[in-house]
Design a protein around this ligand. Sequence first.
Ligand code: 2BA
Length: 108
Amino acid sequence: MKLVVAIVHNCDRNAVTEQLVNAGFKFTIIGSTGGFLREGNTTFLCGVEPHEIEVIMSVFRDNCSSREQIVTVSPMDGAGGAFLGAPIKVPVGGAVVFVLPVEGFERF
Ligand code: 2BA
């Protein structure tokens, strides 16, 4: 078994949820916060069989779009005073997906 950990933009949360349910996946949704933008995003935890990896990847690929967000950097962010107050564009997502090996799985 593999554990898929996927961080997605909140805008894509409902579409991803619907598609995962339709495809028969079992999963947990966690409200999370991006460390850089410090805005809410959504983390999906999905236990899947290895042969299901490509299907679940296609759900994230097809339903999570990349966006650009404007962020104003302050010296407290550690980016240097030269950019004080200067808005910069950062690309966000579509989805950031990790696939982890699972040593054990039980349901009691
Ligand atoms: P945030 O940490 O809020 O990051 C939002 C976007 O800001 C990132 O998009 C990236 O384009 C940019 N960014 C992040 N850290 C940066 C830095 N130190 N300097 C300059 N730009 C930076 P994504 O890469 O698509 O990431 C979207 C969200 O996925 C992240 O939100 C974070 O919650 C999560 N994430 C991304 N990479 C991760 C990783 N290696 N480990 C854990 N979570 C990760």
